[in-house]
Design a binder for this molecule. Structure first.
Ligand code: NAP
Length: 287
């Protein structure tokens, strides 16, 4: 009997800090599958050639990260409707059908939320700090989850307007009752009646550990029941979450999203959905 060895990897540039190899290796182990997961750091001019090479070398699939989540789309044979609407692909499956692109950030974010937080989202106002790629996936998750309104707080309101247009297109796919989406500069921040606030900027990542996307008084303007969420998973937790916790808010960092978007990619490649106990084991390894 021959057992399959999965050949997987990640494309991006630069890729020095990625946790995906450890994560996907842990998924393979928990699932009892054999496979390797490689890091393919690829400079922009080599991207089209690299994709051709992967297609020719019996690779089963790969993750796509910064700066190629959008740039890879014209190089694929098929794109899942949600990934197309979000305008970003983070997972590619290679099969006899060719190269198929998916976005697992949206569902991965939603799956990472505790049930009480998912409940909190329904009918509530959700504030996103930042309006880049992650804000699109997370905004789509909030639309699917039933948020009543979304506020994009950004320093670049032109970029935020483009993200709003993308999210309105996602809403047509995801919701019969789409939320109202508004834009706000940081100076006009208004935390009132907010059910959840999500930092989708890189502010507070290693390099500037004390940086925060909001001031303490802006954090304090949130209702006591608001959840404060940061997509950053290193440091764990960020200064933003530490201060929010100290004010008594419920908080969540980005480690769960990292795990769940990876687990959904793993399912696309292998057909295996890892049970919750396996996910809990892996979460403990990375926490
Ligand atoms: P991106 O596309 O570059 O977007 C970043 C956004 O943050 C942009 O709107 C940018 O605005 C804003 N921003 C950057 N620096 C800022 C500052 N100093 N003050 C205010 N706004 C600022 O990046 P991304 O792909 O969305 O990723 C954003 C963060 O999410 C990263 O930290 C990434 O690691 C994290 N992330 C985590 C996961 C996970 O699994 N946990 C998944 C995806 C992303 P400007 O255009 O004005 O610069």
């Amino acid at each position: 009997m021959t057992s399959k060895t999965y050949h997987l990897g990640i494309i991006g540039h630069p890729l020095g800090h990625t946790l995906s190899p450890q994560l996907q290796t842990a998924f393979l182990k928990q699932a009892g599958l054999s496979g390797i997961y490689e890091v393919w750091d690829t400079v922009p001019e080599d991207l089209p050639e690299m994709i051709k090479t992967l297609k020719q070398h019996a690779i089963d699939g790969f993750n796509v990260t910064i700066p190629y989540k959008t740039r890879i789309m014209p190089l694929l044979d098929e794109i899942d409707p949600l990934a197309k609407a979000i305008g970003a692909v983070n997972t590619v499956v290679i099969s006899s059908k060719g190269l198929q692109g998916f976005n697992t950030d949206c569902d991965g974010f939603w799956d990472s939320l505790p049930p009480s937080l998912q409940q909190n989202i329904v009918g509530s106002k959700v504030i996103l700090l930042g309006a880049g790629g992650a804000a699109r996936a997370v905004g789509a998750a909030m639309i699917r989850g039933g948020a009543q309104s979304l506020v994009l707080v950004a320093r670049n309101l032109d970029q935020a307007a483009q993200t709003r247009a993308v999210l309105n297109a996602c809403a047509a796919l995801l919701s019969e009752n789409p939320p109202k989406i508004s834009l706000l500069p940081y100076q006009a921040f208004d935390g009132s009646q907010c059910g959840a606030i999500i930092n989708t900027t890189p502010v507070g990542m290693s390099g500037d550990l004390l940086a925060m996307p909001l001031t303490l008084s802006q954090i304090r303007s949130l209702p006591d029941s608001a959840w404060v969420i940061d997509l950053i998973y290193k440091p764990h937790p960020t200064q933003f979450l530490k201060l929010a916790q100290a004010q008594g808010y419920a908080t969540l960092d980005g480690l769960g999203m990292l795990l769940h978007q990876g687990a959904l990619a793993f399912t696309h490649w292998t057909g295996v959905t890892l049970p919750q106990t396996c996910m809990d084991n892996i979460f403990r390894q990375f926490a």
